[in-house]
Design a protein around this ligand. Structure first.
Ligand code: FAD
Ligand code: SF4
Length: 468
């Protein structure tokens, strides 16, 4: 046992705090909010782990990271070993350490959480992954087996596609990723802002795959530039991981006014094209003084916090339920509040009101109250008659959700879809077409990074069997 503390001493240790950039400063720049732990704090936190024999935290992790083992190595200050264990189980640990909802996964199952606070597994994952990125020369290179001569095409360069590509390359298969955008990472790059996930982390994680021989072809839209049929002719198997990036419309009057954005368009302009951040960026963005973001999930939080950083004096979340029903991570809500974001709760949009020349002037809203629970188990919002009011705004961002994009599937009629247009796949990712697998948001609808990665990992194993 690497931990030099007695059980009593371990149990007496309190949970570490993540240092954060001051809210007044960070709400006006795109620097990362969470600053990361130092070595001493990380080792001390790892020593809080009591090395449970039944490893409940591992069950809570969708990719089954060997949590007690990497924490034990960290407690013994053996960073190369901790990194080896972590990277062996998780293709994108520096990403997951930053964006995974650990509070509902591994940390929710942590035994230390029963009578106190769980071990800060996410912070420690981030610490070890960042150490590994800064100390690549101290880590053993991934040994690749001889080539199998088989070729696999991966559609989409988000977390599902990247994970599958890494697993397949590690098994000796040739892998080519086809990505519609001009850069890699999927939502990790174009959706999640830099103040939560710096872009260089994605660059490093992607470069690890390229070093393993994975080829990445950007600017290729499967369904337009190439068809699934062509990929099937050229490759021995295909993994489809093209996400769910099509915005759900609000279907209220005024959606076509100037100053209305879908969340994905708003975030892509800022994150991928540097609109509003770089004066030389060719892509513009309307940075309103008053910005209303409709929705209550992580995407809505990213939009509203981005709007604040672009200079909005009033950056508002408009959500039809209450704060306890919001699907966003608790940490995101806390950070948004500290940064001056206003929460207009129990409020639903009715119309976007425009000026005579077609610009957004206000969001017409109606107050709601909570009724009995609906199908989702959350209390249903019920309109309060006669409670309409106008919220002044120059920009309205629709962050109520996204759906599967039909570009690829429209050109592949043999692919079975569900009624929402998502590809139907079994537990291993196998679809209705032999040799074609699918995973991530394209199968699940909007989910999480780690679930998409889990799909990529399982599908890669199934593709390996298929090729054998
Ligand atoms: P994506 O990440 O969407 O990647 C799909 C890729 O396929 C994209 O690069 C796309 O350009 C490409 N593509 C699409 N169509 C084609 C085509 N026809 N041909 C070629 N390429 C194509 N999850 C968390 O766990 N934590 C968070 O904090 C979090 N925050 C989020 C914030 C935002 C703003 C958003 C939008 C989502 C967030 N999520 C979060 C959800 C998470 O990002 C997704 O569940 C995850 O990225 C899905 O991974 P994926 O690989 O299936 O798809
Ligand atoms: Fe350690 Fe918590 Fe996992 Fe137990 S459940 S092994 S204390 S991280």
């Amino acid at each position: 046992m690497a931990n030099d503390l007695s059980m009593k001493e371990r149990l007496a240790l309190g949970r570490v705090h993540m240092p954060e950039l001051d809210a007044a400063i960070r709400s006006r720049n795109f620097e990362e909010v969470n600053r990361g732990l130092g070595m001493e704090e990380a080792v001390r936190e790892a020593k809080r782990c009591i090395q449970c024999k039944h490893r409940p935290c591992v069950e809570g992790c969708p990719v089954g990271v060997s949590i007690p083992e990497f924490l034990d190595a960290l407690a013994a200050e053996n960073l190369p070993e901790a990194a080896r264990i972590l990277q062996g189980d998780n293709a994108l640990p520096a990403v997951c350490g930053r964006v995974c909802p650990q509070e509902t996964q591994c940390e929710a199952k942590c035994v230390r959480g029963v009578k106190g606070e769980p071990v800060a597994i996410g912070y420690l994952e981030r610490f070890v992954a960042d150490w590994a990125m800064a100390n690549r020369e101290k880590l053993a290179k991934t040994e690749l087996p001889p080539s199998t001569g088989k070729k696999v095409a991966v559609v989409g360069c988000g977390p599902a596609g990247l994970t599958a590509a890494g697993e397949l390359a590690r098994s000796g298969h040739g892998v080519t990723i086809f990505e519609a955008l001009h850069d890699t990472g999927g939502v990790l790059r174009y959706g999640i802002p830099e103040f939560r996930l710096p872009k260089e982390i994605i660059d490093v994680e992607v470069s690890r795959l390229v070093e393993m021989g994975v080829e990445i072809e950007c600017n290729v839209i499967v369904g337009k530039t190439l068809t699934l049929g062509q990929l099937r002719e050229e490759f021995d198997a295909v993994f489809i991981a093209n996400g769910a990036g099509l915005p759900t419309m609000l279907n209220i009057p005024g959606e076509n006014l100037k100053g209305v954005y879908s969340a994905n368009e708003f975030l892509t302009r800022v994150n991928l094209m540097e609109a509003g951040r770089n004066p030389n960026a060719p892509t513009p963005i309307i940075a309103g003084r008053q910005v209303a973001v409709i929705g209550g999930g992580n995407t809505a939080m990213d939009c509203v916090r981005t709007a604040r950083r672009l200079g909005a004096e009033r950056a508002m979340i408009v959500y039809r339920r209450g704060e306890t029903e919001m699907p966003a991570r608790v940490e995101e809500i806390k950070h948004a509040k500290e940064e001056g974001v206003e929460f207009v709760m129990l409020t639903a949009p009715l119309e976007i009101v425009g000026t005579e020349d077609g610009w957004v002037a206000a969001l017409r809203c109606q107050r709601m109250e909570l009724g009995p629970p609906d199908d989702s188990g959350r209390r249903k919002p019920v309109p309060v008659e006669g409670s309409d009011f106008d919220l002044p705004a120059e920009v309205v961002v629709n962050a109520v959700g996204t759906r599967a994009n039909p570009l690829l599937t429209a050109t592949a009629p043999a692919l079975e879809l569900n009624r929402w247009g998502n590809i139907v796949a079994d537990e291993d990712g196998a679809t209705s077409i032999p040799g074609v697998f699918a995973g991530g948001d394209m199968v699940r609808g909007g989910a999480t990074v780690i679930l998409a990665m889990g799909d990529g990992k399982r599908a890669a194993a199934a593709i390996g069997k298929h090729l054998a």
